[in-house]
Design a protein around this ligand. Sequence first.
Ligand SMILES: NC(=O)c1ccc[n+]([C@@H]2O[C@H](COP(=O)([O-])OP(=O)(O)OC[C@H]3O[C@@H](n4cnc5c(N)ncnc54)[C@H](OP(=O)(O)O)[C@@H]3O)[C@@H](O)[C@H]2O)c1
Length: 403
Amino acid sequence: MINIGLLGFGTVGTGIFKILESRQEQLKRITGESISIKRILVKNLHKKRDVEINLDIITDNFDDILTDKDITIIIEVTGDLEDSYNYITESLKAGKHVVTANKKVASRYFEEFTDLADKMGLAFLYEGCVGGGIPVIKPLKEQLALNEIIEVKGILNGTCNYILTRMEEGLEYSEALKIAQQLGFAELDPADDVKGIDTRRKLRILGTLALQGRIQEEDILLRGISSIKAVDIDYIKRINSTVRLIGEIRSYEDGYTAIVEPVIVSQDSPFYSVCYEKNAIFLKGDNVGDLIFYGSGAGMLPTGNAVLEDVIDIITGSYRNGNLLGTRKLKNLNSNIKGEYYLRISKSCNDIANIMESIAKEILCRDECVVIMTRSMLLEDITNLLKAMEIKEEEYFLARRGE
Ligand SMILES: NC(=O)c1ccc[n+]([C@@H]2O[C@H](COP(=O)([O-])OP(=O)(O)OC[C@H]3O[C@@H](n4cnc5c(N)ncnc54)[C@H](OP(=O)(O)O)[C@@H]3O)[C@@H](O)[C@H]2O)c1
């Protein structure tokens, strides 16, 4: 019998519980073990739960789980940062394997958790942290054995993708966001999603593994979608393209670039048809070439499924043990990032319009707002110009034209 301690019983925790209930027999056949959730940690003991459950196994005291010698696997799906850091480190120190879908804590303490698990001879697995139900971490680890990964990029946030798809259908940003919140895709406070912070956490995890050297959140340039307007989508549609929030890390001989930004994708791009809450991740290896992973980037059952895939690997001993994070010293080359950019500035005066004209390949509007497509130029030069013109973040929208 394998006993699990489940930390968190919200959307993902409930998904894990439901799948385990309905797949007991198959799991026993594959793993040779019965798998049981022995204790569940929550914040509020009195909250009504959506599933029928023996309330005796629910606790609000982590020590009940930590000190239980029968519990050998901890699943951490709380969404918390400080407490969950303690839950994960204490669990590993106590000799328990850890699986998490909590990208906030996994991204912040990625190396520390990985090192500690390695030192203890335990698993620290995190498939559910990136791409929800899409299996991408495990395939990436497998490809690392034979490939140098040159590029990793993706649509990694379902909320942003949902908003952008609904805007293509004619909605304004605020309307699309409101519907995303009503449907439960977006949090009441959507900042982490729409500002690109959640995408950056996932990219940090993917990039560190892919390039075999530490790439931290601060090493990744960040622009989200919170300043986009319907008018931007209209102009971009005229060039048979659309906008997607893409996280991208590229490896070069002398270093790497890392950025989360809105990208204009044409109909030829594999990202064009990734709509609504779906995610897609693209890897390029020097031997394997291009790989694309597509699917549900979030949700109770897809994410629960990803977490339980990790649990199966622990029970069957088929996870890749050892520390898979490389030690390459990587040079950040973000100041080299360049391209053609769509730029809309909401306010206009002669000075702004003249400066914009000086960098434009094409002027799309010079009216109450200024809209241009720039010639190919360094991103740093554009952002410096915006700073010099004292244009605030919410007063412009900038999107790179994808290749
Ligand atoms: N939702 C998704 O589709 C999805 C997809 C991929 C990854 N994730 C990640 O998975 C994690 C869980 O997401 P979720 O959507 O399931 O969150 P959620 O619905 O808000 O559930 C969080 C659960 O954790 C408990 N909890 C929160 N803080 C805690 C603390 N400090 N100590 C003990 N328990 C605590 C809550 O207790 P109460 O029930 O008592 O409030 C609740 O049961 C997050 O890190 C999220 O980013 C989610």
